[in-house]
Design a protein. Structure first.
Length: 754
């Protein structure tokens, strides 16, 4: 018996995260990017005599005079024979790495030796690892500190405690200013506490230092300095609120204002808005922090205090953008009869927010039975502030109303100005598409074609660009033909470059050394409360690299929310880079996706699009409803599917098993709805029971109209997001469509366009 319930969690909040709205300059990590590391000079070929003596004692080998050294330069990784091996499992790449590692001296030879040693250490083969590490730091200087780390780790595995200790001490002695030395401090500090104190003092943001801080607090929970360090550098980690709770119990004068800001951010990220408000009140008195004081009280349902705090924002920062937002919030939560003067203040003082204030004022006037004044306000919105998002919102509602009544001519006239007067609004792409649809209904074929081409040109990343491409007759698949398509794709062969970071960080990242790269980045990335655009993008890339796909995608996608004009410009420049889009639409678990898609006769790009929407590629993620893994399969549904396919043993947290079960169900609901992917995806989210009801209630022959009429906002958004994902994977990784889009959208990067 087929089940109609949804197997998926419908919780947008599972993908939410905390992040600052405005960033400040300062504390930039060395090495800005865009040009790689080609400007770095090759390192010296000699090391201090003492270092050579120490190395000879530990490994019994010292390089000959004049032995070459290598550093990564901007283009070397592109042409490296190592690139294709980085993503392979150790057992599948070992022989190929060995062939390179025993070849002529080169950068790739050094890389191969390092990777072989790392793989052997991971499999606990210390003796073999030591062979590949002999003298490697002299030819692979960019990672000399990490080579010393690998040597110490290898000696630990051999059980030779004397040489292991000597290796740790050597790492600490000769790389004392390198964050990698924290690993030595961590190990040596297990028997000599002074080393742990040194780690926390010198490298407070390093993950090992934070681990040490947690351990020391367990023994003595009243160490304010350690709690402050965690508040500053671990405010976005699980369980941080227990530390913050203890920290705020200390006398306020013991904590500096910038520490209170980190505490506030930690509470805010964990949705403890009342505590966040209290902390923001003690942080530096900026417009942003003052607003957060008020907004925290508002979200904590302390309306009277919130109103007072909003008014203080307006009083203390009368010209700040936050004051406009505060005035609007006062109008929303205060008595309706008192709201209009506050909104009038926004209209007169903040023209960029006037449209929003007028629209809210009209709603309030309606509630006060002042319909004529409300109508006059809405007319003013269109005539005086027609280029605001609020005007676009109002126009769109009017246009939809006319279209539902069959008056496409008026709908067209009302919607057209949205795309021209509000080109950057969220509604612009939607309205521009429907201008084309309604033009078609009126028989204006050329006008419709121009409208669809405009959507592809201006909004190539949107769901509506895909719908426009369908209307233009492109070979991109439609709702009823998409499932069995198997588009040609070319997945990227290398990782995008990091915008910022040291030479060692860049090399570790490009070499697929996710954990080591992440630890080094955490040590370098001290500007966490207010990161720059480049720093936040780097952070997102490195999170993706180490498998934190949820937060990685979230960090990158939230860059569009930057409000500072300079940062907005930086963000827009970033979107012109293919690396940005490939990071937002990563190619993960491709082998399992392609395998099971082929067996189920499903379009693999549709499957990866569902996974991106459902789990952000997190194999062990669980929703509040109990759904598990990549395709968010409910346990009871997995049992039913497993029975149907004769699968006796599986784990929903195993990517291959999850995709195997999820694609079977996706295939089953496609069959149920005669291969209409739109209906299948809607059912996937809302359940077939809800979908059947909608199909009965809304006799709509136009699939686009049906999507817009889905009564669950979440499901409507889900359908658009999944097919928007599909379109982006298609335009980024399919050569034909990528080049076709590029003809229309000059300036938009593709994988197949310089």
């Amino acid at each position: 018996m087929r089940k109609s319930r949804s197997i998926f969690a419908r919780r947008k909040s599972q993908f939410s995260f905390s992040r600052p709205y405005q960033s400040r300059r300062g504390n930039k990590v060395a090495i800005a990017a865009g040009v790689g590391l080609s400007a770095i000079l090759l390192g010296a070929t000699f090391l201090p005599t003492k270092y050579g003596v120490w190395l000879e004692k530990v490994v019994g080998w010292v390089p000959m005079h004049g032995y070459g050294s290598f550093l990564m330069s901007g283009n070397q990784i592109d042409n490296s024979a190592i690139v294709s091996l980085i993503s392979l499992p150790p057992q599948k790449r070992a022989s190929q790495l060995e062939a390179i590692a025993t070849g002529p001296r080169s950068l790739d030879r050094s890389r191969a030796r390092y990777l072989l040693a790392s793989d052997l250490i991971a499999s606990k083969q210390g003796e073999k690892a030591l062979e590949w590490l002999k003298g490697l730091e002299f030819e692979y200087r960019v990672l000399d500190g990490h080579i010393a780390l690998r040597r110490a780790q290898a000696y630990e595995l051999t059980g030779n405690t004397r040489k292991a200790k000597a290796a740790w001490e050597g790492l600490l002695k000769h790389h004392s200013q390198d964050p990698v030395s924290v690993e030595a401090l961590y190990v040596l500090g297990k028997t000599e506490p002074k080393y742990w104190e040194e780690a926390v003092e010198k490298f407070p943001s390093h993950p090992r230092s934070l681990e040490i801080a947690h351990a020391l607090l367990k023994d003595n929970p009243n160490q304010a300095k350690l709690m402050v360090s965690l508040a500053k550098y671990a405010f976005d980690t699980p369980g941080i609120t227990s530390v913050l709770d203890k920290l705020i119990g200390l006398p306020a004068e013991q904590l500096k204002p910038e520490v209170w800001e980190a505490i506030a951010l930690g509470y805010w990220g964990n949705r403890k808005y009342g505590q966040a408000s209290t902390a923001y009140a003690k942080a530096p008195r900026t417009p942003h922090n003052a607003y957060r004081v008020a907004r925290g009280l508002d979200l904590a349902e302390k309306k009277v205090k919130a109103l007072r705090a909003y008014k203080e924002v307006v009083q203390d920062f009368p010209n700040a953008d936050e004051s406009a937002t505060a005035l609007i919030q006062i109008a929303k939560i205060g008595p309706a009869i008192e709201a209009v003067p506050y909104l009038d203040q926004v209209i007169s003082q903040f023209p960029d927010r006037a449209g929003e204030a007028i629209l809210l004022e009209a709603k309030i006037l309606d509630s006060l039975k002042s319909s004529e004044s409300a109508a006059a306000a809405r007319q003013s919105l269109l005539t005086k502030y027609g280029n605001t998002d609020a005007a676009a919102e109002y126009r769109w509602k009017l246009a939809q109303s006319k279209a539902r009544g069959g008056n496409y001519q008026e709908a067209l006239q009302i919607a057209k100005p949205i795309a021209t007067q509000n080109p950057d609004s969220e509604l612009a792409r939607r309205a521009a598409f429907w201008v084309g649809k309604w033009s078609n209904k009126l028989g204006r074929k050329q006008e419709a074609k121009a409208a669809f081409e405009n959507v592809v040109a201006k909004y190539p990343q949107s769901y509506y660009a895909w719908r426009s491409a369908v209307m233009l007759g492109w070979d991109v698949g439609d709702f009823n033909s998409l499932r069995q398509r198997d588009p040609k794709v070319e997945w990227p062969a290398k990782r995008p470059s990091l915008p910022v970071g040291s030479a060692a960080l860049q090399e570790l990242y490009q070499m697929g050394q996710g954990k080591d790269a992440w630890r080094l980045w955490q040590a370098e990335f001290e500007n966490r409360v207010n990161p720059t655009v480049a720093e936040q993008f780097t952070d997102g890339l490195l999170r993706l690299n180490m498998g934190d796909h949820l937060q990685g995608i979230a960090k990158i996608s939230s860059l569009e929310d930057r409000e500072n004009p300079e940062e907005q410009a930086q963000y827009k420049a970033l979107t012109q880079q293919i690396a940005y889009w490939q990071a937002l639409y990563p190619t993960l678990y491709v082998e399992a996706i392609e395998n099971w898609s082929q067996q189920r006769q499903l379009n693999p790009l549709l499957v990866i699009s569902v996974i991106r929407q459902e789990s952000r590629f997190e194999p062990k993620i669980r929703s509040t409803a109990g759904a598990v893994g990549l395709m968010q399969v409910m346990p009871e549904t997995s049992k039913w599917v497993a029975e149907n396919i004769g699968l006796k043993k599986y784990s929903l947290e195993n990517p291959n098993d999850n995709v195997k079960l999820g694609t079977w169900y996706l295939d089953e609901i496609h069959d149920r709805y005669k291969n209409n992917s739109m209906l299948a995806i809607a059912s996937y989210n809302a359940g077939s029971g809800n979908l059947s009801k909608w199909l009965q209630d809304k006799k709509v022959s136009d699939p686009d109209e049906f999507v817009e009429a889905i009564p669950f906002d979440e499901t409507q958004g889900y359908v658009k997001n999944v097919f928007g994902n599909y379109w982006n994977y298609l335009r980024l990784y399919n050569p034909k469509i990528s080049q076709q889009v590029a003809k229309y959208s000059e300036g938009q990067p593709t994988a197949f366009k310089n």
